[in-house]
Design a protein around this ligand. Structure first.
Ligand code: IMP
Ligand code: MG
Length: 191
């Protein structure tokens, strides 16, 4: 894929090996499938559909996904801070930047980069349900099923992955590496 050759597919990330796990081409193909599925399932109510990206991790996924949704939908963003260290979340979630518009009467799809413990999406589902939307669904690029602490419904899923920490395509390690065009796995970080 154009532009990817300037990024090494294996590199040193603070003494650990990071190697490509999911290529840019595979991500693009999956985005097209998910976009087509969302389009099919919301044909009747496209104007009421809002894709809500969870900042910052999902913005690259949201940008690619929304261009595969062939409906007159809108997009919005919500900023979340979850307390934890560089690689784990405590589940204590705080909204740092709220939606720009009410979602009352809307069909909402929460667009997440990754569902790890499930605590963040669980919090968002509870929060959004108090705002009287018509429906709330979840679209996640990645899921680590083995880490689940909270069962959350994932209506649209890109890929299930093992427990290791991943970076790229929006996902960060201490805020860096979000701009990698592929998903890289940091070896030896499975918890
Ligand atoms: P959860 O609340 O445990 O499901 O975690 C959700 C958030 O933790 C994600 O939106 C990411 O920001 C972050 N996260 C979890 N696993 C990873 C990872 O492997 N790489 C980068 N960020 C991660
Ligand atoms: Mg995130």
């Amino acid at each position: 894929m154009a532009g990817c050759d300037s990024f090494p597919r294996m590199f040193d990330l603070q003494g650990k090996t990071c190697r490509e796990l999911i290529s840019a081409a595979k991500i693009a193909a999956r985005c097209a499938e998910l976009g087509a599925q969302i389009t099919r399932e919301h044909k009747a109510d496209g104007r009421d559909l809002v894709l809500v990206g969870v900042m910052k991790g999902s913005v690259i996924f949201l940008a690619d996904l929304c261009r595969q949704v062939e409906l007159a939908c809108t997009i919005d963003l919500i900023g979340i801070a979850s307390y934890g260290d560089e690689t784990t979340t405590s589940g204590v979630v705080q909204i740092t930047s709220d939606l720009s518009k009410p979602i009352e009467g809307k069909h909402v799809i929460i667009v997440e980069d990754i569902i790890d413990t499930g605590l963040t999406v669980h919090y968002l589902l509870e929060n959004f349900r108090t705002r009287s939307p018509k429906s709330v669904k979840v679209c996640a690029l990645l899921h680590k099923p083995d880490r689940s602490l909270r069962e959350v419904p994932i209506d649209y899923l890109g890929f299930s992955i093992p427990n290791d920490f991943v970076v790229g395509y929006g996902l960060d390690y201490a805020q860096a590496y979000r701009n990698l065009p592929f998903i890289g796995v940091v070896e030896g970080t499975g918890h």
